[in-house]
Design a protein. Structure first.
Length: 256
């Protein structure tokens, strides 16, 4: 399954009230949204027609999040579905995740692209993978281990999508500050010169789920319904749905 097919199905199943995208480029992924949307990219150049009420912001994600009310465009300033596909470097993707989570609720779904590079070259921090027209995943794959170590409460699901794999982050907690607190220490380990050490598990996608199986999980009605509840009750219901669907067993998620 291609990443855009995954995203299209997520729009159908989750029926998000709002959509947020970091890294718009030509609008290929943003064209899938039909709901109030915010897209951020310093260099977007649209060639795809958009079908949503969208606020496009020509800036970096860091500058966007530094704004006083970045999601003022939304009727309710909360993100239901997010796609993080901006700068393909681990420290950028980690910041994008930390900042996005602050605007989520327990039933939000955060998708991160390029998380399963197929080779060391594709995972390079220099844009070597794309020099011959191939994909550039960069070293964003490293943030899965960071999440598993520092945020075992999150449900982190690796999906075997084409071309460069995706990760879905579930059960976000906008009040959690542990990743932000760990950021400076973590980044020192993340930012190392090429060639990157890409674990075999990543290259072979040993821990990745078939995206069709993930989409078939019986969680979507519960996620939609959870929006009607306050944070604690929503978290309890959503977590229960993930447990019933077996999504907690192959991740490091634990009860809080
Ligand atoms: C892989 S493309 C996005 C593709 C798009 N999501 C899609 O699927 O059609 C990555 C984009 O991220 C943008 N980008 C690079 N650095 C960024 C940053 N710091 N903040 C936001 N976007 C950034 C680039 O300009 C580029 O257009």
């Amino acid at each position: 399954m291609q990443r855009h097919q995954l995203l299209a199905r997520l729009h159908e199943l989750l029926q998000p009230r709002t959509y947020f995208e970091i890294g718009v480029r030509k609008g290929r992924s943003l064209t899938l949204s039909r709901v109030p949307s915010v897209g951020v990219d310093p260099f977007f150049l649209l060639t795809h027609e958009l079908h949503c009420d969208v606020h496009l912001v020509r800036t970096t994600s860091d500058e966007f999040f530094a704004r006083r009310r970045p999601f003022a465009h939304f009727p309710e300033e909360v993100v239901d579905l997010a796609f993080i596909d901006g700068m393909h470097l681990a420290e950028f993707a980690l910041r994008d995740l930390i900042n996005t989570e602050r605007h989520c609720h327990p039933a939000s779904v955060i998708v991160i692209d390029d998380m399963l590079p197929r080779s060391v070259v594709e995972a390079g921090r220099g844009r070597v993978g794309s020099a011959d027209g191939g994909a550039w995943a960069g070293d964003v794959f490293k943030i899965v281990d960071v999440l598993r170590e520092h945020r075992p409460d999150l449900v982190v699901v690796e999906l075997d999508t084409k071309p460069t794999g995706t990760v879905v982050v579930l059960l976000p907690d906008p009040t959690d500050t542990s990743l932000a607190a760990a950021y400076e220490d973590v980044v020192g380990d993340l930012v190392v010169p090429d060639p990157q050490e890409v674990p075999e598990r990543v290259l072979t996608r040993a821990g990745a789920m078939d995206p069709a199986d993930f989409l078939a999980a019986p969680i979507w009605p519960q996620l939609r319904a959870a929006r009607r509840h306050g944070t604690d009750e929503a978290r309890r219901r959503v977590r229960e749905a993930y447990a019933a669907a077996g999504l907690l067993t192959n991740t490091a998620a634990v009860a809080r």
